[in-house]
Design a protein around this ligand. Structure first.
Ligand code: FMN
Length: 331
């Protein structure tokens, strides 16, 4: 039988299928279900630095209505923050005690702030790795792209200094030179990058004249963006690339591995089709590997990355050619 084992961030995985950070990884019961379904690792639901701090402020402000002391304000604020962290620590500790697969903690962080202290506590209770989930929705017309790039680089630099377990960054694709950013993260000696996080977009309901949230789940055709960047970068950086977004079946996992990804993260497919789909994905992968006489993932990983396949095709958006082909009735 084809061997699906792999390494990711220096961790040994029985297969490259990782449960992405989501409600499916937010409770111990769900995490156990992920392991039972056959996933190779889990990324816990993110703890949000902003949310923790905001909850702390709120508790303290409510408390201050009957206490005029600054000390009381600080006490209430810190207590609420501690409760949040304790909840996450309990989930992580429970996961480490009950699961055999690697458990990755996820921190949604804003700056070089307190989250580093949280990360250290997560490591102390056994987190196998830390995934930083950082995104900036660059809507401020006064902020230049270079400032946002600096923010990312500074964040990774501080994290790398402070965190002595494997460290990955989950990021979005919106940079003016994504290739350059991905190379600069490599210089900071990060262990992995998750390409890409998927952000909610707003939509408009024209009957109710209301802003609404666009679909939360990815579509099956969204996998081509991470595919392209895995192919372009996998031979140009030392860290592991984990492909994420729009991966719904075994064939798509194979494509990401051919492009050079070390692992993939699954979210929408698991939420929509249930955890039994993991078995199906594994079967599809094995079937393809056996059909092509591959015994291990290393035998074909990266075989169609930019270095080994036609570089121009990965690099260029062949917009004109697509239009001409469409006019000529070709696919
Ligand atoms: C309901 C829901 C909650 C999510 N929560 C988080 C989160 O807390 N942290 C995070 O990094 N990503 C979160 N994500 C993003 C997913 O981990 C994943 O990156 C994204 O959905 C793209 O993968 P997919 O196409 O397999 O769904 C969430 C996604 C969904 C649908």
């Amino acid at each position: 039988m084809a061997d699906l084992s792999t390494s990711y961030l220096g961790l040994k995985l029985k297969n490259p299928l990782i449960a992405a950070s989501s409600p499916l990884t937010a409770t111990l019961d769900n995490l156990k279900r992920c392991e039972d379904a056959g996933l190779g690792a889990v990324v816990l639901k993110s703890i949000f630095e902003e949310q923790i701090e905001a909850a702390g402020e709120k508790t303290a402000e409510n408390g201050e209505a009957y206490s005029a002391h600054t000390d009381a304000y600080e006490f209430l604020r810190e207590t609420s923050i501690e409760q949040h962290i304790d909840g996450y620590l309990a989930l992580l500790e429970g996961a480490k005690q009950s699961l055999d697969i690697p458990v990755i903690a996820s921190i949604n962080c804003r700056s070089n702030g307190k989250w580093i202290e949280y990360a250290k506590r997560f490591i102390a209770v056994g987190a196998d790795a830390i995934e930083l989930n950082h995104y900036v929705v660059a809507t401020d017309v006064e902020v230049e792209g270079s400032a946002i790039e600096k923010e990312y680089l500074s964040l990774v630099k501080h994290a790398r200094k402070a965190i002595d377990v494997p460290l990955s960054l989950k990021m979005g694709p919106a940079f003016s030179s994504l290739a350059n950013m991905l190379r600069r993260f490599d210089e900071l000696e990060i262990d992995g990058v998750v390409l890409f996080n998927r952000f909610y977009n707003p939509d408009i309901n024209i009957d109710r004249l209301k802003m609404v949230r666009a679909g939360m789940l990815s579509g099956k055709d969204e996998y081509t963006l991470p595919l392209r960047w895995a192919a372009l970068m996998s031979q140009q950086v030392r860290y592991d690339i984990c492909a994420s977004t729009g991966i719904w079946d075994g064939k798509t996992v194979i494509k990401q591995l051919l492009a050079g990804a070390k692992s993939v993260q699954l979210c929408s497919v698991l939420l929509k089709q249930g955890l039994s789909t993991v078995f199906k994905i594994e079967s599809e992968m094995r079937q393809w590997m056996e059909g092509h006489e591959y015994a291990t993932l290393d035998e074909f990983r990266g075989a169609l990355s930019q270095e080994h396949a036609d570089p121009m095709t990965w690099e260029r958006v062949q917009y004109m050619k697509s239009i001409l082909d469409a006019d000529a009735g070709k696919e």
